[in-house]
Design a protein around this ligand. Structure first.
Ligand SMILES: [Zn+2]
Length: 314
């Protein structure tokens, strides 16, 4: 300090040393020079000393002193090293570089690094060319499917994937329709179904030996009351829609069938008759006790809705 003349703020060398080349704040300079901030600034102007960055003079030095965060993902070597190591997750790379996974992938693309998806697919292709590996996988899958808990898990995941997935449903439906227009394909499927049915034990069991035998009921004649007039009345009553699934006549491709709820062909009371589409009608052939109860419940709900004046949807 002895080199400086007093008062300090009038000394050009002191101002250069303390104002320009030290990190002391202006307030600290003021206490040393025993003056106010404006005095110091006046002599800085007077000696034409370049001004400090305002941020530093206010003591907020972090703007200047801490270097800007290094953008790791823009460093090709770093990215290549991390990206090539498949054991490191993409999310972890993104976290380390303080960016999103999308940024990592797009910068990897920019640097011409082979995308991970392509690398994985190439790896899988190579793997599945090995017949031994395929056989091993197949037997493992069969073993897994034989466990009921695995089957349940799989079924639930499939259900989840179909929920609210109308686009996929539409696409597949169109695809199936197109396929069924091909007569050869239809022939092929029919043959396959017949083949599998014939391999089933029950196919060769007729009459009382068959599990679906109901005492020869289907051979009983329908009563004369059950004519086309009555059937049409029943269809009218239910607005020409299937009682279970609400499918219309046109969607069923033919007139709706009229079903006897109690399976008694002689009971032609209108409360015992409902119109059904082909799909629902074939479903009602099995598990008759369940269906009788189900229809009772549905009819009750329908009556209940109608008395309240509500629309009854299945
Ligand atoms: Zn139906």
């Amino acid at each position: 300090m002895s080199d400086y003349t007093y008062p300090l703020f009038k000394d050009k060398q002191w101002l250069i040393d303390y104002y320009s080349n030290s990190i002391l704040t202006l307030k600290q300079l003021c206490t040393i020079a025993k003056c106010c901030v404006s005095t110091i600034m006046r002599f800085v102007d007077y000696y034409d000393i370049p001004k400090r960055n305002i941020a530093i003079s206010n003591g907020r030095q972090r703007y200047k002193l801490i270097p800007k965060k290094e953008l790791l993902y823009k460093n090709k070597e770093w990215l290549q090293y991390k990206y090539d190591d498949i054991t490191i997750k993409q999310l972890d790379i993104a976290k380390e570089a303080h960016c999103s996974v999308g940024t990592i992938i797009s910068w990897a693309n920019k640097f011409g690094i082979i995308p991970r998806i392509k690398r994985m697919s190439d790896m899988l292709k190579l793997r599945y060319e090995n017949k031994e590996y395929c056989e091993k996988q197949r037997s493992a899958t069969i073993a897994a499917i034989s466990k009921p808990e695995v089957r349940l898990k799989h079924s639930e995941s499939v259900k989840r994937s179909w929920k609210d997935n109308d686009k996929r449903r539409e696409y597949l439906s169109d695809l199936t329709k197109e396929r069924w227009l091909d007569t050869e394909y239809r022939k092929f499927v029919t043959e396959q179904l017949l083949k599998s049915a014939k391999s089933h034990k029950a196919y060769h069991l007729f009459g009382p030996d068959n599990h679906n035998w109901h005492g020869g009921k289907s051979f009983e004649p329908y009563s004369h009351e059950f004519n086309s007039y009555l059937k049409e009345t029943i269809r009218d009553l239910y607005d020409h829609k299937c009682f279970i699934c609400n499918k219309s006549n046109s969607k069923n491709n033919r007139c709706l069938s009229v079903h006897h709820i109690d399976y008694n062909k002689k009971n032609n009371n209108i409360y015992n008759l409902v119109p059904l589409c082909d799909v629902c009608h074939s479903r009602t052939n099995g598990n008759r006790r369940f269906w009788i109860k189900e229809f009772e419940l549905l009819l009750f709900a329908r009556k209940f809705c109608m008395t309240l004046g509500l629309e009854c949807e299945p």
